[in-house]
Design a protein around this ligand. Structure first.
Ligand code: FAD
Length: 488
């Protein structure tokens, strides 16, 4: 059995960990090859070396890469977490590069376990450009032309890159890919007028890091919606009893589908049991579209310790139960949720309180401005002209923080995906992303077609990695039981 994992980010780590910790009984040990061209193995786009101000954006319980073991990351962090305590959240929030250390440690441990079980493992520092059929086997093709035999291939290539909405790629002073901020922010003079394109989590990273570098010039966050991410609340220890995968599975078994109304009913029951009013909760969420974002931010910061569970349940289950429920939703429910994409993203991917406090401090000091309704950004030769609503502003530098839509094909995997699709091994999903068209191919991570309309967080990635490992081992077991006795 030869297994190829393409990409070595969080999804590949979750997959290797699941392979190593699942029972390998009845699977003949073979060879696992991991393909990754980046020098920062196991870290993917988010968790490579960068500034200490670039933090993970979720508490430890939902940063575990081991599905079913929410304490796995916290256990690794151990006492070292105390040095990174977010006082408002009461939880450690480490720099993302430190979380990358956790991913690397988990991957290395998994490889050791696999080797102890008789597997051979190797890392190929190469970008994969294709997968070919070779008789009844597959061959993975690397960018240098190398070919590697494989019986199963898992794509763990991540999501897309930032979008250049205003065609500024060639303009001096424009930063297209903001990470690593340690490199991209360095050339920006401290007194420059800086516009950050976007108002999501990446934009928050940029603003907070500019401030930490001592930036004195005015900073403007530009977006169409003007919506900021919501703010995490202190974990309360509440475990959802209604919004659970089991309850969703039961509904699916009983009715053959899980309409959006049913999911809303589960949340309503969850809140009712805690004595909370669902309608008031929903009205507050929907008000995000019209409420002044600075006022809302201030209110959210004040309610970090609010004991009500509504937002906590939604934020947690969006990443744990959400990806599973999404696949069972009728199209009408999906379309309804997609219409609330910005709001859903701002709720499901909140910012950490320490960053929210920095933003508010900058806003109150007049050093940061939020500008909604952006219509155009043009390079003027030596700067940029921004048209927003009826006004125009001029800035010296523009940092792009516009993230790709979920299920976008990353540039580095473009040729690979084209090769899989043209070879009939995978297909594009009508709603975006890629789905396998052959049992020997798996897709894990954001590229997986039919996945949720919001970008996956670690819990979604971990759950999918565990399912992928399960599917790969099941196929391997089936094949070894069919193999001639002499091969067993
Ligand atoms: C900036 C950012 C910050 C995030 N922060 C958080 C967070 O704090 N908490 C949270 O829960 N979620 C966060 N997420 C969401 C999620 O955790 C990450 O997106 C996660 O890294 C996804 O893992 P992945 O393995 O699917 O993709 P990636 O981590 O992007 O890894 C994909 C890997 O595949 C490689 N690759 C691509 N194409 C090829 C090819 N053709 N051949 C070989 N290798 C290839 C790439 O080089 C890369 O290393 C964040 C996402 C981003 C973008």
């Amino acid at each position: 059995m030869e297994i190829a994992l393409v990409g070595a980010g969080a999804a590949a780590v979750g997959l290797l960990d699941a392979l190593a910790t699942t029972s390998l009984a009845r699977v003949r040990p073979g060879l696992i090859t991991v393909f990754e061209p980046s020098p920062h193995l196991w870290r993917g786009r988010p968790y490579g070396p960068d500034l200490d101000t670039v933090l993970v954006n979720a508490p430890p319980a939902i940063m575990s890469i081991r599905h079913g073991d929410p304490g796995h990351y916290a256990a690794w962090l151990g006492e070292s977490g105390a040095a990174h305590l977010d006082d408002l959240l009461g939880q450690p929030l480490v720099p993302r590069h430190r979380y990358g250390d956790y991913l690397a440690a988990t991957a290395e441990a998994a490889l050791r376990t696999l080797r102890a079980n008789g597997w051979r493992t190797r890392i190929a520092r190469a970008r994969v450009t294709g997968v070919e059929r070779r008789g009844d086997r597959l061959a993975v093709v690397a960018a240098d032309g190398g070919r590697y035999a494989a019986d199963q291939v898992a794509l763990c290539v991540g999501g897309g890159e930032p979008r250049d909405l205003y065609s500024l790629a060639a303009a001096p002073g424009y930063v297209h890919e903001p990470y690593p901020l340690a490199r991209t922010l360095a050339p920006i003079p401290a007194d420059a007028r800086v516009a950050v394109l976007g108002s999501g989590l990446t934009a928050v990273d940029v603003v907070v890091s500019l401030a930490a570098r001592g930036h004195t010039g005015p900073i403007t966050m530009l977006s169409r919606s003007g919506l900021l991410p919501h703010v995490w609340q202190r974990p309360s220890g509440h475990r959802p009893a209604h919004v659970t995968a089991e309850r969703v599975a039961t509904a699916h078994r009983e009715h053959g589908t899980v309409p959006l109304g049913h999911l809303i009913g589960l949340l309503r029951a969850e809140l009712a049991e805690a004595g909370e009013d669902f309608d008031a909760f929903a009205a507050d969420l929907l008000a995000a579209g019209t409420e002044d974002p600075v006022r809302r931010l201030r209110r959210q910061l004040r309610s970090v310790g609010d004991p009500r569970i509504g937002r906590r349940v939604l934020q947690e289950t969006a990443h744990t139960v959400g990806p599973y429920a999404w696949r069972l939703l009728p199209e009408s429910g999906r379309a309804r949720l997609r219409r609330h994409f910005r709001l859903a993203t701002s709720v499901a991917s909140p910012m950490v309180p320490v960053n929210a406090a920095t933003l508010l401090r900058l806003l109150d000091a007049g050093r940061l401005t939020l500008v909604p309704d952006v219509r155009a950004v043009e390079a003027t030769g030596g700067g940029f002209a921004v048209t927003a609503g009826d006004s125009a502003i001029h800035v010296d530098a523009v940092v792009n923080a516009v993230n790709p839509p979920p299920q976008a094909v990353p540039r580095a995997a473009g040729e690979l995906v084209a090769s899989l699709v043209s070879g009939g091994l995978a297909a594009f999903h009508p709603a975006g992303g890629v789905v396998p068209a052959d049992p020997r191919v798996q897709v894990a991570g954001d590229l997986a077609g039919g996945g949720p309309f919001i970008t996956s967080g670690i819990p979604g990635i971990a759950a999918q990695a565990a399912r992928t490992a399960d599917a790969m081992l099941t196929l391997a077991r089936d094949e070894s039981s069919e193999a001639p006795a002499t091969l067993r």
